[in-house]
Write a protein of this length. Structure first.
Length: 261
């Protein structure tokens, strides 16, 4: 038999037994620790870079419009475009994460306004005013959330997702108030989602108008008064009443656990 056809001879260990090549190739505990540490640091580095890009994307969209390109985002992040591409699977992945970042920004802005403090009138006015003013200050972010033919948005990181989330939150709050007032809660979802859609539709119309007839403050006031009137009318139809000057906590109880996360 020629040497080319001879089977390989297993390498012997010090004890004379064949060595396990898989075990030999396995790093020792100290090497594993070094590898794990490097992996963690690399993932942390990538996460920090992604946040840098997402923050830059929001600034770029705010300033340049909803149709910004990757090159513009990279310039705002002060990174090469190739680095941005390496941090995301594709443009669709980048857009989705940008929308999620916008939703987080909006939620963080709204969260303090949803804390159950003051009267019913004050609480409703504060929540709606905060939303209206955020939209007025960031119309391009709002447009980006809406998506478009080239970059369709999908729930939950879209306006539909936001409407659904806030509709559920308002439903929980209205249901809590109806329970304390001892009236049926089966109309709560219809009333609540109707209010959210009403506010959203009015804001969209206001944004799309080239010469809006109302300022953002006036729009917020009209929407707040209209929302309160709808709530009062709905409660009255169910045989009860609500005092808009009463403390919100007296009407709904402790709704802090219901706050959006």
């Amino acid at each position: 038999m020629s040497s080319l056809n001879k089977p390989p001879v297993p390498r012997q260990t010090a004890s004379g037994s064949p060595a396990d090549s898989a075990t030999d190739a396995r790093p020792n505990e100290s090497e594993e620790g070094v590898i794990d540490g490097r992996s963690v640091r690399w993932e942390d580095h990538k996460a920090a870079r992604r946040k840098l890009v997402l923050d830059a994307a929001l600034r770029a969209i705010d300033s340049e419009g909803a149709d910004v390109g990757v090159q513009q985002i990279a310039q705002y992040a002060e990174l090469p475009r190739s680095v941005v591409y390496r941090l995301f699977r594709e443009r669709g992945d980048l857009d989705q994460q940008v929308r999620a970042h916008i939703v987080s920004s909006l939620t963080e802005t709204l969260a303090p306004a949803l804390v159950p403090e003051g009267t019913v009138e004050f609480a409703v006015n504060r929540a709606i005013s905060t939303y209206v003013h955020w939209i007025a200050e960031h119309p391009n972010l709002h447009q980006f959330l809406s998506g478009g033919p080239k970059r369709p948005a999908s729930a939950p990181d879209s306006l539909d997702g936001i409407r659904t989330a806030f509709g559920r939150y308002v439903t929980d709050v209205v249901s809590a108030g109806m329970t304390i007032l001892r009236i049926p809660t089966d109309r709560a979802p219809t009333i609540s989602f109707g209010l959210v859609g009403f506010v959203d539709g009015a804001v969209n119309q206001w944004l799309s108008s080239e010469s809006p007839l109302l300022t953002s403050d006036e729009l917020a006031e009209v929407l707040s008064n209209s929302a309160l009137a709808v709530i009062e009318s709905a409660i009255h139809d169910l045989g009860s009443k609500i005092d808009r000057t009463a403390p919100l906590a007296d009407i709904t109880g402790d709704i802090r656990p219901l706050l959006l996360g």
